[in-house]
Design a protein around this ligand. Structure first.
Ligand code: ADP
Length: 446
């Protein structure tokens, strides 16, 4: 096992990684920006090194500063968390070249999955069902038109290097395709410094279903079942659950096996999430693979009893999968996670500022992942997630009641949060019935 792990991240995920390291007896090094001096990841790590200014480009995305910190602290591995450098193949390569273990998949896997058009092709070649669409990135609107005419409208244009729900454009009318293509390209260029666009069939009212996978360095891959993340606003997840609603064990098994075989074939290792859309005929179609730990990993941890971050550390250290996870993974009960964001409930804009009072809920079946405390200031420079509340119980109904109880007992004053929105979701009859899709929030807000 590693002796010392540097955590190239902040907030709740940095604390989550510190917890996994402590449990394994591994020392930790926090890195922080000048805006994060008073953050809990700095307090709780064994060592902490300031790596630059508040803006992410000067700190959490500053590769030379992070590598220098790892060398100064003599860390033997780096955990990137999610966001920031987690899916930067070049960073993973630099770590490797500097003799520092990058805790995640190998650079080739990260690079392949980072280009969504290439990932789609690789998935399709490996026998994973994908939506009808362009086999390769499109360079002219005439190419887009030819594919769209063949598969039929509506279609969705997506940036190959896109992420975070950005860089997507739905086209319903063939007349709009040309202008939408131009806009999508320039937006992609501005946001991701790459103008590659691909196209796929737009699914009306899909459900977002994703599979958690783990792979070792010896060619073994396992699926740990699925999560449902259809509660989204502007293609961003707000609430996730495991297992997915009305999802049968046979499909779980069947898709899990296809994924294990496909990822084994490409030599995928460590944690990953394979995202699918499910249409109204309950058919699943691959949309992308996220080559990192996800925000919503706690719901899978709750129902499988497997510590995913600990697993990442063990797998990166070369442990075989068989010694990291049990032979038969069982899904027990139901778990729901609410992402509590510091945001204005009317405008959804981040509500940065000082948290005057914070008391996390607790009690049976409740887990809170948060780096917030009373007196801590939510920084405008980073994302607005302040706490993840996860409820686990024997049944979905009991998990919903637990989550309502936990949110009603969460004291978070000084900033506006998404808790009232979560409370509305949890009371909504469609949500309670488990009969919802990705349009749920849009319709709730009407
Ligand atoms: P990102 O990488 O930006 O998160 P994804 O490709 O994972 O983008 O898609 C995010 C969300 O956008 C999906 O969960 C879904 O709600 C919506 N979406 C993406 N592709 C389609 C599609 N082909 N049809 C309908 N909705 C889609």
């Amino acid at each position: 096992m590693f002796e010392k792990v540097l955590i190239a991240n902040r907030g709740e995920i940095a604390l989550r990684i510190i917890a996994a390291c402590r449990d394994l007896g591994v020392k930790t090094v926090a890195v922080y920006s000048t805006a994060d001096r008073d953050s809990l990841h700095v307090t709780h790590a064994d060592e902490a090194i300031c790596i630059g200014g508040a803006e992410s480009s000067r700190s959490y995305l500053n590769i030379p500063a992070i590598i220098s910190a790892a060398e100064i602290a003599d860390a033997d591995a780096i955990h990137p968390g999610y966001g920031f450098l987690a899916e930067d193949a070049r960073f993973a390569e630099i770590c490797r070249d500097c003799g520092i273990r990058f805790i995640g998949p190998n650079p080739d896997s990260i690079r392949l999955m980072g280009d969504k058009a290439l990932a789609r092709k690789a998935a399709s070649d490996a026998g994973i069902p994908v939506l009808p669409g362009s086999p390769e990135p499109l360079h002219a609107s005439s190419q887009a038109r030819a594919v769209a005419d063949e598969i039929g409208f509506p279609v969705i244009l997506k940036a190959s290097m896109g992420g975070g729900g950005r860089g997507m454009r739905i086209v319903r009318d063939p007349h709009d395709l040309e202008s939408a293509f131009g806009q999508a390209r320039s937006e992609a260029g501005a946001a991701f410094s790459n103008t590659d666009i691909y196209l796929e069939k737009y699914v009306e009212r899909p459900r977002h279903i994703e599979f958690q996978v783990l792979g070792d360095e010896h060619g073994n891959v396992i699926s740990l079942g699925e999560r449902e993340c259809s509660i989204q606003r502007r293609h961003q997840k707000l609430l996730e659950e495991a297992p997915a609603n009305a999802f049968d064990a046979d499909t779980r098994e069947h898709i899990g096996q296809i994924l294990a075989d496909a990822l084994q074939a490409i030599g995928y290792s460590n944690a990953g999430t394979v995202e699918f859309l499910m249409d109204d005929e309950r058919k699943l179609y691959f949309i992308e693979l996220n080559a990192r730990i996800q925000v919503e990993h706690p719901v899978t941890e709750a129902v499988t009893g497997i510590d995913l971050v600990r697993s990442q550390l063990l797998l990166a250290a070369g442990e075989p999968l068989g010694s990291v996870v049990p032979d038969a993974v069982e899904i027990r009960g139901h778990a729901i996670e609410c992402r509590v964001n510091a945001e204005d409930p009317e405008t959804f804009l981040p509500s940065a500022g000082k948290i005057e009072r914070f008391a996390a809920p607790g009690g049976p079946g409740i887990r809170v992942d948060s780096a917030a405390y009373s007196g801590w200031t939510v920084q405008p420079h980073y994302d607005s997630l302040v706490a993840k509340v996860t409820a686990h119980a024997g049944t979905r109904g009991a998990a919903i009641r637990r989550m309502r109880r936990a949110l009603s007992m969460c004291v978070l004053e000084g900033v506006k949060t998404s808790i009232p929105l979560h409370q509305r979701i949890l009371e909504d009859p469609r949500f309670v019935a488990g009969a919802y899709d990705t349009r749920f929030i849009e319709e709730l807000e009407l």
